[in-house]
Each structure stands twice: as structure tokens, then as C-alpha cells.
Design a protein around this ligand. Structure first.
Ligand code: AMP
Ligand code: TRP
Length: 333
């Protein structure tokens, strides 16, 4: 059976190694597998749940597209588009917000984290965010959704919404209940400065992350300065729970070289830390600099990027508008 893949990334700028290894690399692998149809959405409607500078948002949408293409997504094989240009997403989100229950949304931990102490000041959109995400997925009858670990709860909500809608309107299997695809090996890339914190675009220290636009010298310098400890490289049987920074660096190495953590541990058992860091920098430079060069090249031609998005949106709209039409009929509109 053909797998229908749908996923989304927010256009919030500064895509980094965590986004690449946790999401985009996986998107490319899925695109290149047999019997998959992939749809990748730049979720600009989700982005405005927190304040955005209009010029900056426009730039970030193009930059996200450029990053997708530079990383190996092919806009002729996969549908790539931005969410706001297909109106069914906003319509679907409203309709499904009448299916979703307050109690379900009240459990969402990402809202609690993002809204922080002052929940009263958070936008209504930030609260309803997971319902829009459910609409994204359900409009395309997606069967599989590749996401990072942090999105697992939102996907469970999406499944609940689909099942509730189907039972409310007595239409078995009308909204397809999707399966999450969460990477087993290394789904969380941590900060280079603190092995307990996720690598993130919002970290004030640029030294905490490798951006996909970083050039060679910067990458080498960031790895040189990455936090480690005073102990030697771990032996295969060593448990790395108490050495999160070392585990993270080895994890990055193993993900980039498509090997298991144990294989990487074995490769460096008994070697110096400096040897390992040098190998890691070399590998990062080899994998990341072609991407950063290509991103810069693509960004020089914004017209071309806008055309790609336009074409993708047309294709997405064909699918989504059919589904929303059926949804409206069921409701009685
Ligand atoms: P975001 O930038 O939060 O919209 O995330 C886009 C995608 O990248 C999502 O699938 C996230 O789960 C994934 N992601 C973001 N940061 C990391 C990280 N540090 N490690 C692994 N995956 C990540
Ligand atoms: N909420 C997701 C994130 O922050 C992005 C997203 C929006 C998404 N819609 C989606 C992911 C649909 C998967 C499927 O990472």
C-alpha cells in the first residue's frame, strides 16, 4: 500500500542541525523510498501564533523552502507548499475546533511551555495550534506523519479528533487516523553547550547550535568549543547517561555517518577526544557546507522560489479542496 506522508516545519528562520537530523533528513529518505507520496508544508499559519515581523516572515518562508531543496527534497517528486496559500487549512481548523474538546487541549504540554507563566497573554491561536495541525494532516488523508518527539502529543490529539469526527457524523474511516513516524535512533539533538537542553533556534548562544547556513570555519570552531568532560572517549559497554554532551556528539556523528551509536563508540574507543572532534568537524563540514552553499544560491533567486511554492500550492489545493468540500457536505453546509 502506498504510504501518504505529511509533515510541516515552521518558517521561523535559522534551521539547524536538530531540524536536519530530526526532521528534514528523514523527509528526504521517505521521499526516496518506494511507494510513498510525500507532502511537506511550510506552516506559516502556525508561525503567526507568536509575533512575527512581516518582512522577516516572508524571508523565512523562502529560506525554509531553500533549505528543503538544498537538503535533497525534490519539488517534482514531493508536494512542497506553504500553508496559508491553501485556504482549506484555516477552514478545516475552524471546523475541527468544534470537534476537539477543551479538556483535550488543556492537556497539551507544548502550550504550557510556550505560554509560560502568563497564559492570559498567549494568543488564542497558540492554544488552538494543535487543531490546525490536525487539519493539516487530515485534509490529505495522510497515513504517516514524520515528526520529532516533541510533536507526539499533538499527533495523538489529531487521532482523537479524527475518531471523534467520524463517530459524530457516523462516517467510519472518513478521516484517516494517521500513524506517527518518530525516529528511533536519535530523535533529539541537544545543545552543544548543555547536553540536557534541546538544540534550538531560540537559544541566545549561536555556539549552542550548528545552523544549516554555517560555513566551514564556523562549524570547526563550534565543535572545538562544544562542551565535553575530562574523561576519555567511552568504551562500547559504557553507559552514557551521565555524559549527555558526549552522548550527543557521538549521536550526531553516528546519525550523519548512518551508523549505530555502538559502531561510533567502537570507532573511537581508546582514541583522544581531539581526534574524535576533528573527525566530527570533518564530517559536519562534508555534510553541511554543500547544503549551506546551495541555500545561498537558491536565495539569490526569490522569484524562482516563489514559483516553486505557487506550483506546490496548486497541487496541494487540488487535494485539500476536495476533502473540505466533503467535510462541509457531511456537516450540512
Ligand atoms: P520546529 O523548528 O520546532 O518547527 O521543528 C521542526 C522539526 O524539527 C520538528 O519535527 C521538530 O521535532 C524537529 N526538531 C527541532 N529541534 C530539534 C532537535 N533539537 N532535535 C531533533 N529534532 C528537532
Ligand atoms: N507543529 C509542528 C512543529 O512545530 C509543525 C507542524 C504543523 C506539523 N503542522 C504539521 C508537523 C502537520 C507534522 C504534521 O514542529
Amino acid at each position: 500500500m502506498t504510504k501518504k506522508i505529511f509533515s510541516g516545519v515552521q518558517p521561523s528562520g535559522n534551521l539547524h542541525l536538530g531540524n536536519y537530523l530530526g526532521a528534514i533528513k528523514n523527509f528526504v529518505d521517505l521521499q526516496n523510498q518506494k511507494e510513498t507520496e510525500c507532502i511537506y508544508c511550510i506552516v506559516d499559519l502556525h508561525a503567526i501564533t507568536v509575533k512575527q515581523e512581516p518582512k522577516e516572515l516572508k524571508k523565512n518562508i523562502r529560506e525554509t523552502l531553500a533549505t528543503f531543496i538544498a537538503s535533497g527534497l525534490n519539488y517534482e517528486k514531493s508536494i512542497i507548499f506553504n500553508q496559508s496559500s491553501v485556504t482549506a487549512h484555516a477552514e478545516g481548523a475552524w471546523i475541527l475546533s468544534c470537534t476537539a474538546r477543551m479538556g483535550w487541549l488543556n492537556r497539551m504540554t507544548q502550550f504550557k511551555e510556550k505560554a509560560g507563566k502568563d497564559k492570559e497573554k498567549a494568543s488564542v491561536g497558540l492554544y488552538a495550534y494543535p487543531v490546525l495541525m490536525a487539519a493539516d494532516i487530515l485534509l490529505y488523508d495522510a497515513t504517516h506523519v514524520p515528526v520529532g518527539h516533541d510533536q507526539k502529543q499533538h499527533l495523538e490529539l489529531c487521532r482523537d479528533i479524527a475518531q471523534r469526527f467520524n463517530s459524530d457524523f457516523n462516517v467510519e474511516d472518513f478521516l484517516k487516523v494517521p500513524e506517527p513516524l518518530i525516529q528511533k535512533n536519535f530523535s533529539r539533538i541537544m545543545s552543544l553547550k548543555d547536553g540536557m537542553k534541546k538544540m534550538s533556534k531560540s537559544d541566545p548562544s549561536d555556539l549552542s547550535r550548528i545552523n544549516l547556513t554555517d560555513e566551514k570555519d564556523l562549524i570547526v570552531n563550534k565543535i572545538k568549543k562544544a562542551k565535553t568532560d575530562n574523561m576519555p572517549m567511552p568504551a562500547i559497554e559504557e553507559n552514557l547517561e551521565k555524559r549527555p554532551e558526549v552522548e550527543n556528539l557521538l549521536g550526531i556523528y553516528s546519525s550523519l555517518s548512518n551508523q549505530t551509536l555502538d559502531q561510533s563508540k567502537k570507532e573511537f574507543d581508546g582514541k583522544n577526544f581531539s581526534d574524535f572532534k576533528e573527525k566530527l568537524s570533518d564530517l559536519l563540514v562534508e555534510k553541511i557546507t554543500p547544503i549551506s552553499k546551495e541555500i545561498k544560491k537558491l536565495l539569490n533567486d526569490s522569484k524562482n522560489l516563489d514559483n516553486i511554492l505557487y506550483d506546490g500550492s496548486q497541487k496541494a489545493d487540488k487535494i485539500a479542496s476536495k476533502k473540505i468540500k466533503k467535510i462541509k457536505e457531511l456537516i450540512g453546509f
